[in-house]
Design a protein around this ligand. Structure first.
Ligand SMILES: Cc1ncc(COP(=O)(O)O)c(C=O)c1O
Length: 457
């Protein structure tokens, strides 16, 4: 029954998307797996999008979808917001990237420093990945230590030092209270793995013990206040507060990775939780749909980025160590303009409204799936959510082991068939243009998709 029904969901998908299928076969000849982002390659083939406006995107076959993923939470105002479109058009007319800094950087920097409690000073980067890379290097230079700690299930971009234990296989991950450092893929060498210590998210006692055991070599603890890619699992406030205390005690720099969570309050998750890190990394919404990242923090830490004499950062007379930051497209005029427009529109009132929509969505979906034959749990906070198929409770990363991976994928495909986009692993969000009707539509689509994948009518 399950197999034949699975065929039905996949067959319906194939039938709706023949042009995407053809494109996939052709593009896979020149781009591995037919997608530049690994996440965008899924079986039997991805759909390819042509355009987007508000919440609605259109694929190559002319199918339309309500996009509850919004480029993995990067588009809080939806697609083609008129203010951003106008700002970008104006900017293009006077250049996209320039040889020297432009004044717009100051406006976005001041806006973020005024909002985010931990930020005295801030630097922009090309992506969230780069922001994390520079933030961790800053912590290492400041402490003169070499190792970093991260949570099991935490995702911080794609550099080697954080591509550790993001989704570790159960047979490699070790004890829940003393997780092993597991490289996510081939190509990450053993010496790097030894320098990344893994702590169990939301487990105060074990995390503190692990940090103590490695304190003499730990420069930083990097945490997402809500595990994002790891399932939209909010930290307990007590957990973050305890990690703050332990880091203070051991001289470890606490980094909050707010690339996703900055949207849950004007000052990010650190404002929501009332726990202030030493450095914050940001991305996604800060660029208003254009590529960006940023890292900011206490003035004494950020001072390591300031040359103190000499002619440039390479000049030995500058009295180093001075950290060098490069990036041809960093601080480009388009990202900065789109960022200023987005962050100005995303004021406290807009965020309150966004969070109320997120709350409504989580409640509506939870009600809509009660009584369906497949267990589904909705996690999240503010405007963020994640649907987990096959599990009843999710508080720690290890709780996700109960997920029915085959059905999770079927749900993703079934939702596409019904015109709704979430991430293959269930992540989603609402945008300022999401309406109550969109949320009702989504809750109904999840309910019907669960029925599609179980064969129950
Ligand atoms: C928490 C977190 N940190 C860092 C990153 C990396 O950002 P980027 O994809 O812009 O490199 C992501 C991306 O999803 C993220 O979710």
């Amino acid at each position: 029954m399950r197999v034949s029904n699975q065929m039905t969901v996949i067959a319906a998908y194939e039938q709706r998307t023949p042009r995407s299928r053809k494109h996939f076969e052709e593009v896979a000849q020149v781009i591995p797996a037919g997608a530049t982002r690994s996440l965008n390659a899924w079986p039997p083939h991805p759909v390819y999008l042509e355009s987007g406006a508000g919440m609605v995107v259109t694929d190559l076959d002319g199918n339309t979808y309500h996009d509850f993923l919004a480029n993995y939470t990067a588009l809080p105002l939806g697609y083609a917001d008129p203010d951003i479109t106008r700002a970008l058009a104006e900017q293009v007319a006077s250049g996209t990237v320039h040889s020297f800094s432009r004044t717009g950087e100051r406006e976005l920097a001041e806006l973020l420093a005024a909002r985010v409690p931990s930020v005295d000073k801030i630097r922009f980067t090309g992506s969230g990945t780069e922001a994390v890379m520079f933030a961790l290097r800053l912590a290492k230079a400041y402490t003169r230590r070499t190792a970093v700690a991260k949570a099991e299930g935490g995702y911080h971009g794609t550099t080697d030092e954080v591509m550790i234990s993001v989704r570790p296989a159960a047979n490699l991950a070790g004890d829940a209270h003393a997780p092993r450092s597991v490289p996510e893929m081939a190509g990450i060498d053993e010496s790097r793995v030894r320098e990344t210590i893994v702590v169990p998210f939301n487990d105060i006692e074990s995390s503190a013990a692990i940090l103590r055991a490695h304190s003499d070599r730990l420069a930083a603890l990097i945490l997402e206040p809500v595990l994002g890619v790891g399932g939209m699992i909010p930290a307990d406030r007590e957990y973050l507060a305890a990690m703050r205390e332990v880091c203070d005690e051991l001289g470890i720099v606490l980094v909050f990775d707010e690339v996703i969570t900055l949207r849950i309050a004007p000052g990010g998750a650190q404002e929501h939780y009332g726990v202030v890190p030493d450095i914050t990394t940001m991305g996604k919404i800060v660029g208003g749909g254009m590529p960006i990242g940023a890292y900011g923090g206490r003035a004494d830490l950020m001072a390591l980025l300031e040359p103190r004499g000499g002619t440039d950062v390479y000049d030995a007379r500058s009295g180093g160590p001075v950290l060098y930051q490069g990036g041809t497209f960093t601080g480009n005029a388009l990202s900065i303009r789109a960022g200023i427009t987005t962050m100005s529109k995303l004021d406290a009132a807009a965020i309150t409204d966004l969070n109320a929509k997120g709350e409504l969505l989580r409640r509506s979906v939870t009600e809509a799936v009660a009584g369906t034959p497949v267990a589904l749990t909705v996690t999240g906070i503010g405007s963020l959510f994640n649907l987990h198929v096959g599990v009843k409770k999710v508080h720690t990363f290890r709780d996700l082991r109960g997920i029915d991976a085959a059905r999770q994928h079927q749900l993703f495909i079934a939702l596409l068939n019904r015109g709704a986009i979430i991430a293959p692993r269930g992540m989603g969000c609402v945008s300022t243009c999401t309406t109550t009707e969109d949320i009702e539509f989504f809750a109904r689509a999840v309910n019907e998709s669960l029925i599609d994948i179980t064969g129950e009518c």
